[in-house]
Ligand binder design. Structure first.
Ligand code: ZN
Length: 463
């Protein structure tokens, strides 16, 4: 084992730090030069040791289970709805295609970098990039098959966030339909083509210590059923498997018309869905699907801001959790990227439809944060039974302990106060691998990230 000298260690003293069992106060945390926790205790390691005092409450960095980074370039641009026109998910998708067709690799990287930097500022320390913008603007594969994926990994590095790159298999224009012209940047024709893309992406990930790999088919409507099964069988079994399921009512109706089964029903009957699976949205489920899904131990990735923005519908969270189901959060189209808002929406949309306040039993904030961290990590392909313990990286969002409401609040009510009343003004910084990536609102690479983004937006001219 590597010798850790006191000299190579950096010590923090947080007013408090959230462990699985609750708050540790104060919390002395020593990290080695790689940012791995080597010491954690309410007592200082010794009287004379220097430490960095942080007047804040450290909470584990959130895991963003679902991102399409390029869509940030159009966030807020589809919110005008002229009288007499129809506007739903499918009309929004036309705008999204235009955006997807317009970005060159540099621009896609600059958009992703500022988005990821914002995620870090708001408390995410790892993102699952559900990546399907594979080819050039003519729809031809780049000489380096994973060119665009590699750009996402570079953007993440600059932004200081960990990334799970999930190359997506996208093959069809709908159930039984050939791909459309405007989907040409997304398409892998065969399972073999897709697996080549996975291999190229795996090479990128191998070279980057901040990157992990996942497997995905876009959705049941975007890949032949037989090829979905083949992809599952032929892709590495150790990697997390992600797909969109039953986001829209029309998708459920189209699936029924196509094969006589609902999307989630088909999935649960045809693939061995288990804890490795991450099912994005899962909005429209009947009773038997909800039961079987909870039993499967898969993770549902909920993206409440986007689901609300697109008018998807409401996932049956209260019933699902009672059945023992698991979930994490994602920000999908990035119309909203504040994790605290996602938590509140998850809880409040249940309160609004049930006319009751107890979506979850017990401490709602503690339950939601823990579930998101544990299941979010599984969605990233990161195995960890706990956070903030020796051997784990110090990835944390730190909330001010001086802000009037948390400052006046007991330990018992602290997390609920942070989750239910907080905005980003309380964020004093985010640590990734033991180092401040954002401190007092300033990102360590903020200037260059912002300049690059402004140039990219100027060239695109869509805002
Ligand atoms: Zn999505």
């Amino acid at each position: 084992m590597r010798e850790i000298t006191q000299k190579s260690m950096h010590y923090y003293r947080f007013d408090s730090l959230l462990q699985k069992e609750g708050w540790l106060s104060p919390a002395y945390v020593g990290v080695d030069e790689r940012g791995t926790i080597q010491y954690i205790s309410a007592q200082a390691p010794n009287q004379s040791l220097a430490f960095e005092a942080v007047q804040g409450f450290a909470v584990p960095g959130f895991q963003n289970g679902h991102s399409h980074a390029f869509q940030y370039a159009m966030a807020g641009l589809a919110e005008s709805h002229p009288t007499g026109t129809h506007d739903d998910f499918w009309t929004w998708r036309e705008e999204m295609y235009k955006c997807a067709l317009s970005l060159n690799p540099d621009q896609a990287e600059h958009v992703a970098a500022i988005l990821y930097a914002e995620m870090v500022r708001l408390g995410y320390t790892h993102v699952a990039e559900f990546h399907y913008l594979h080819h050039d603007k003519e729809g031809k594969p780049y000489a380096h098959l994973a060119e665009m994926g590699e750009r996402m990994v570079s953007a993440a590095q600059r932004a200081g966030i960990k990334i799970t790159l999930i190359p997506v298999f996208y093959q069809k224009g709908g159930f039984g339909l050939p791909p459309q012209e405007r989907q040409k940047r997304f398409i892998s024709k065969t399972v073999d083509d897709y697996l080549k893309l996975v291999d190229a992406s795996a090479d990128v990930v191998k070279k980057n210590s901040h990157a992990w790999l996942g497997i995905s088919v876009h959705s049941l409507r975007a890949v032949d059923f037989e090829d979905i099964t083949r992809t599952y069988q032929q892709a590495p079994k150790t990697l997390p498997f992600h797909l969109h399921v039953a986001e829209q009512k029309q998708e459920v109706d189209d699936c029924l018309a196509f094969c006589g089964q609902r999307p989630m029903q088909w999935l649960l009957e045809n693939l061995p869905v288990d804890a490795r699976f991450n099912l994005i949205h899962s909005t429209h489920l009947d009773d038997s699907e909800l039961n079987a899904l909870a039993k499967s131990q898969a993770t549902v990735v909920l993206c409440p801001s986007t689901e609300g923005n697109l008018g998807d519908g409401i996932f049956r969270m209260k019933e699902y959790v009672k059945l023992g189901g698991h979930w994490c959060i994602g920000t999908d189209s990035h119309i909203g990227i504040n994790p605290l808002e996602e938590f509140r929406m998850i809880d409040y949309r249940q309160r609004l439809v049930t006319h009751q306040r107890n979506t979850f039993e017990g401490d709602a904030a503690a339950y939601m944060v823990n579930e998101e961290i544990v299941r979010g990590r599984m969605a990233m392909g990161v195995n960890a039974s706990n956070h903030f313990e020796i051997g784990q990286p110090l990835d944390a969002i730190v909330y001010s302990s001086l802000s009037h409401l948390p400052a006046a609040t007991s330990e018992k009510n602290r997390l609920a106060t942070i989750v239910f009343t907080g905005d980003s003004n309380r964020n004093i910084g985010t640590l990734v691998n033991g180092k401040w990536v954002v401190k007092d609102g300033h990102h360590r690479e903020g200037k260059i990230i912002k300049e690059n983004f402004a140039k990219a937006m100027m060239a695109l001219g869509n805002r």
